[in-house]
Design a protein around this ligand. Structure first.
Ligand code: GUN
Length: 281
């Protein structure tokens, strides 16, 4: 058996097309601002791709660049300015931040209805209360990819590797809402293989190149690879794609799986931010 490839690129393209159409119908041009602090090379590429996607769908977009040595006060000031800017409906602060900046304080400063990443405690808390108005972009994209397989999700065993608040815990919450039975594994999990082997849906978000091997996967499983690991000159996921595709039922590639979905979901979230702000007027 060879797995069907879940084509994140084409699903994301379709979402971007729908967003572009929506922008044409709106009276207000949606705006997304990105705060980029420092010189992290991966962050620079992610931000460039986000801005390109904004331009493609007709959003206003802007990047606030701050120096690697910026103070907490300076980053907070940039966020506050964007909070008050009527052209900006969604704000994201690209992570990671330099070590002198407390990420939680910065995320807390973004107005919840401008929080296009869905990272603020208010929006994460709402999601835990089954109110999905602004869901983090990567988990939102992952659920779309899983649903694209048209498999029944209720009653399925979903195993998530990774417990970060913005990916692992959020995906777990969303899959619980789909009536999956959810297990979250992490670096201290014992007998990992015996757990992953029982997963109907396996989501790997650990940042370890090719750590999921063929022996760890249940035949027919839906395998979602969130990892983006640079190994020499190439990007590889957390899943050993060539091996695992021999047993899985469905699998996402890296690149071309979850990555494009994060950006597409971010655009969708910006439209939601705009609608929330319009509703408040
Ligand atoms: N760094 C890596 N992924 C993300 C993301 O989705 N949002 C933000 N703000 N930073 C990131």
């Amino acid at each position: 058996m060879t797995a069907s490839i879940i084509d994140g690129r084409s699903i994301a393209k379709e979402i971007r097309k729908q967003v572009k159409q929506r922008v044409k119908e709106l009276q207000t041009q949606p705006g997304l601002a990105v705060v980029l602090v420092g010189v992290d090379p991966a962050s620079k590429i992610y931000v460039k791709n986000k801005i390109k996607a904004c331009e493609e769908v007709g959003f206003h977009s802007e990047v606030r660049r701050l120096d690697e040595n910026a103070t907490l006060g300076e980053v907070l000031e940039a966020v506050q300015e964007l909070n008050h800017d009527p052209k900006v409906h969604g704000i994201i602060v690209q992570l990671p931040l330099p070590k002198q900046i407390d990420k939680n304080l910065i995320i807390d400063a973004i107005l919840p209805y401008k929080d296009a990443d869905g990272f603020s405690p208010i929006n994460l808390g709402s999601m835990f209360a089954d109110d999905n108005r602004l869901v983090p972009a990567t988990p939102k994209g992952i659920i779309t990819l899983i649903k694209s397989t048209n498999q029944e999700l209720a009653g399925k065993h979903a195993v998530i590797l990774g417990r970060s608040p913005h990916v692992g815990k959020a995906v777990a919450t969303l899959l619980l809402q789909e009536n999956c039975t959810v297990t979250i594994c992490h670096s201290k999990t014992a007998q990992l293989e015996s757990i992953t082997k029982r997963a109907d849906i396996l989501v790997a978000a650990v940042g370890k190149p090719k750590m999921i091997t063929e022996e760890m996967v249940k035949p027919g499983a839906i395998v979602i690879d969130v990892g983006i690991n640079q190994v020499y000159d190439t990007l590889v996921g957390d899943v050993d794609f060539e091996e695992v595709k021999k047993v899985a039922g469905f699998i996402t590639p890296v690149p071309g799986g979850v990555g494009p979905m994060t950006i597409a979901s971010l655009l969708e979230n910006t439209l939601i931010c705009l609608a929330l702000q319009r509703d408040m007027k």
